[in-house]
Design a binder for this molecule. Sequence first.
Ligand code: NAI
Length: 676
Amino acid sequence: MSAETNVTTPPAAAARVQPALPDLKDWRFSVDTEGIAWAVFDREGESANALGRRPLEELMAIVEATEQGARTGRIKGLVLLSGKDRSYIVGADIREFEQFETEAQVIEAIGPVNAMLDRIEKMPVPVVAAIHGACVGGGFELILACHYRIATRDDSTRVGFPEVKLGIFPGFNGTARSIRQAGALAAMQNMLTGSMIRATAARGLGYIDELVAKPTNLRWAARKAVLQRRRALPAKGTKALAAKWPARGFLAGKIRQETAKKAREAHYPAPFRLIDLFEKQGGNYAGLKAAETKAFAPLMVSDTSRNLRRVFRLSEQLKGQAPKGSSFKPTRVHVIGAGTMGADIAGWCVASGMEVTLQDLKPELIENGIKAQAKLFARKFKTKATRDAAKARLIADQAGAGIARADVVIEAIVEKLEVKQALFKELEAKLKPGAVMATNTSSLQIEDIAAPLADPGRLVGIHFFNPVAQMPLVEVIRGRQSRDDEVGKAASFVTAIDKFPLIVKSAPGFLVNRVLAPYMMAAMSRVDKGESKDKIDEAARAFGMPMGPIELADTVGLDVCAHVGRILGLQGDTSKLDAMIAAGKLGKKSGRGFYVWKDGKPEKTAGTWNKSELELLGRDLVAPLVDEAQKALAEGIVESADLVDAGVIFGTGFAPFRGGPLHYKSSRSARAVAAE
Ligand code: NAI
């Protein structure tokens, strides 16, 4: 059922709606006998409404028809609705961004859209947006050009500007219009963080004017808004003052400082260009609109934005690893082992709506594991009722009563082959038919664990990363013996808990640890030879890694690093590392490793290093990682180069703006060829 059929047409007009503009493909347009024009966006052949070229052209036809109807008095107002159930408008169509090669092309494409939005704004009759579901990016910019905005209170109804995540900022004059509606402080924050704002909060900020309970109330409320010629008011008082000089200069300076703490300008220029734009033009509505396009165009064609768009496409590819239309719909999970990983896996599954039973050898271990999830639940669930419901879904189960009911059973016990083998032998007979049977092992081979089983084809790996709540990737390990449908179900489960699945062949280190290990080992051996650990870590961060390799080694634990190194058969002198471990210097967890750790943070020595030297060092440091990624591809560890890049970006945080290790390598070689 479409949202449109869900929506009540005002009874007086119901029987007398006249279709207009019958040739539209992506919109439906009709004018009722009260003179209200209804435009329903329902993009043909797509599950969501993106503002691509054709829908924008059709919207232009709707705008023209409304202008004409307003002139003759036939049309009293226009209402914009969505025909999709789950979302309103998901933004501009980013698939079309790739056609732009020059700034001039970008400017040429944006011009008519912005002119159309101006015509909406100047329409002599009210234009009302009636919103249910996500309304983001270009969609948000479109509704900001309307005169009045009504939204459902539903949790799925959110507005936001995710553009910075793609290396750009709003380009359909959303910078000027958001500042006008919400004031500079809130609008700048919203554009710089890209966060999604719930309808109630959006009303408080001034983006939304009226809330209704359900989608079925939207048409009636919109009709009233048109007939009463309601209009949103711009931000007033102190909210409006922030855009005026000298407050604007002060605010720009402050947010520049805050932004610099989170992102480097050299890596992510978009937020900084947005702050510049605001500082120069923020007090002048028309000036800001014009300057926005000029500042937007170079970002759109930059390598950074191209690569961030690539990362977005890669995330979609990862989600596509789960089979389409699968009938496997997991709701119950049983986790065995309530240690570091098991407890957090259980907590994450609960936070994603699953019911979870958690098993360990002793009740206090389970209790500790459950207690440790309070932080996650507090972050994920804002009301006491939802938090309590989450707690009730996480059930201590020392006896393993949940095994027979679970759709997915995940083992996260000690990393010992015989112990895991014995556990699975016992488990196998208890699982219900069709349930997924998985191990979270990080270093054993799936086929070895499965060897004694009656049905070894059933076992797969579901390899989470630490910390579970922060790492978006989960490797789904296909053992030599794993059946395809089991691998597919495991990938479906991973998407059901809002993580990105990457199907990986069972081989030492799988993909992520395999590429990380030589990178970290090489960095550690540089320190052994006397290079500065602080300089090494800074060089890696300057390259774009989220954390330097030495700090990462300390965070993971030096004992774990040595273990992984051994499994992967990494050569080299590890005597210094072994001596540190023997002396109890295990890294963050023991308070001492390469760094001394205080309150969970390493004590660093500030240094001033030459920028180009750091740049060179950064490239040298990641070289072993890039080479290993290439080898993993050649060995068919994952299916394609794109999936290698996706896995490394989402599994290690590898500089997203560089588009992944293999993409980075090939673009460097292409540049070198071009320079010859
Ligand atoms: P941990 O030592 O923190 O927890 C293991 C838990 O399993 C302990 O609470 C222990 O009492 C329990 N346990 C042992 N035998 C059991 C049995 N027969 N039945 C029920 N419970 C049992 O270990 P951690 O770090 O959580 O690792 C668990 C698994 O996850 C290992 O296979 C490890 O390789 C893997 N892994 C670990 C990562 C990490 O960063 N710690 C990352 C990814 C995977």
